[in-house]
Design a protein around this ligand. Structure first.
Ligand SMILES: *Cc1c(COP(=O)(O)O)cnc(C)c1O
Ligand SMILES: [Zn+2]
Length: 369
């Protein structure tokens, strides 16, 4: 199905045959793409590509590791039964591979040879991996303070790493400068990325026999996961597969909570001093802030903030069940603690386990003793 870029701010439309990444008015772009999902037409293969009928690209250009269809397993946190979606088992170690798979496939379709991305870590790893597979040169801008594990991973994939002193905003600005010379394939901006991350909710629904969960807890930084999930849910609702939406529970660190701040009419102070251990969601100015807030509110969900001590407790509680996740990922588990006694007993709760602990072992070493 053919689609267009559409600007949610001024309504301008652009062809998706052009390598553009934002509107002339400065806003991010969305896709005008409304596929009708038919669950009777699913292929045998158990990868995210089984949902290609709702993916906005020519599947012939797919850059793929046969990824996806990650396990959804029973876990228990603070006495509450939940389902953990093990998306940290994706090829580069985080859910961001879903977005990178679709976005970099689209880049290949357009004949793009070189891209720019800025990241706190995992999206850079994901994009570097897919660029390596696609033969596209990746320029990655990262804050110099991040986990060594992730910079090594990016460099080893063969990406060109630009380490930037300062905070995430300095880093984004440096990337924008770089993007004047090649295509800015940024997870925070690119709508193809969201159509990739949406596959997680298709998988979850299918794994739950097409019954929607009541709650979906996820760590939120730029919102690429939660907005993808919301996109997928809207498609599943219009296909008549779900009757109501799960409540989207957007989890952030107490030290950086622009969603909650926005709802309370405050502007999040920018500081790189004393950052949260959940580095992957320390995004002070999410590009799609209002869109995230709207999605959460429309589902009747909530904005939850957690502190570092509870994140460490959550990380250990997960590892005690054999599931080794990184601190950013553990923030979603930490949020469950605040709800353990409040949710109706038979609630179906899914928690997104987004990032692999193996990337952050050096950091975790300093936290668990
Ligand atoms: C990036 C990331 C998040 C947050 O995802 P956004 O798309 O930025 O909201 C959560 N967990 C992990 C492990 C991540 O790498
Ligand atoms: Zn516009």
């Amino acid at each position: 199905m053919k689609c267009k870029f559409i600007c949610p701010s001024c309504g301008a439309e652009y062809s998706t045959d052009e390598p553009i990444w934002r509107c002339n008015c400065g806003s991010y772009l969305d896709l005008d793409y409304n596929p009708v999902f038919d669950k009777t037409k699913l292929p045998e293969e158990k990868t995210l590509w089984r949902y290609s009928q709702v993916l906005p690209l020519d599947i012939k250009s797919a850059v793929s590791f046969n990824e996806g269809y990650t396990p959804l397993i029973k876990m228990n946190f603070w006495g509450m039964d939940v389902l953990g979606k093990l998306d940290f088992l994706m090829p580069s170690g985080s859910f961001k591979d879903r977005g990178a798979a679709i976005m970099i496939s689209k880049c290949r379709e357009l004949g793009i040879k070189e891209i720019v991305e800025d990241s706190s870590g995992n999206s850079a790893c994901a994009i570097s991996a897919y660029c390596a597979k696609a033969g596209i040169k990746a320029n990655i801008y990262m804050p110099a303070v991040n986990s060594a594990g992730k910079t090594v991973q990016v460099r080893t994939y063969g990406a060109y790493l630009h380490l930037i002193e300062g905070n995430r905003i300095d880093c984004a600005n440096a990337a924008l400068e770089g993007a004047t010379k090649s295509y800015y394939a940024a997870h925070a901006w690119n709508p193809y990325f969201l159509h990739g991350t949406k596959t997680v909710i298709y998988e979850i629904l299918e794994q739950m026999n097409w019954q929607a969960p009541d709650y979906f807890f996820a760590p939120v930084g730029s919102g690429s996961q939660i907005l993808g999930v919301y996109l997928g849910l809207k498609e599943l609702a219009s296909a008549g597969i779900i009757k109501r939406m799960p409540k989207l529970m957007a989890v952030q660190s107490e030290k950086c909570s622009p969603l909650k701040d926005y709802v309370n009419g405050k502007e999040t102070p920018i500081s790189s001093h004393n950052p949260s251990i959940a580095e992957g969601i320390a995004i002070h100015r999410p590009v799609r802030l209002k869109q995230i807030v709207e999605a959460v509110i429309k589902t009747g969900g909530d904005f939850v903030t957690v502190n570092d001590d509870t994140i460490v407790e959550a990380l250990k509680a997960s590892a005690a069940q054999g599931v080794y996740i990184e601190p950013t990922s553990a923030s979603a588990v930490a949020a469950l603690k605040q709800y353990a006694n409040d949710l109706p007993a038979d609630s179906k709760v899914v928690v997104a386990l987004t990032g692999n602990g193996l990337k952050a072992s050096a950091k975790i070493d300093g936290l668990i003793s």
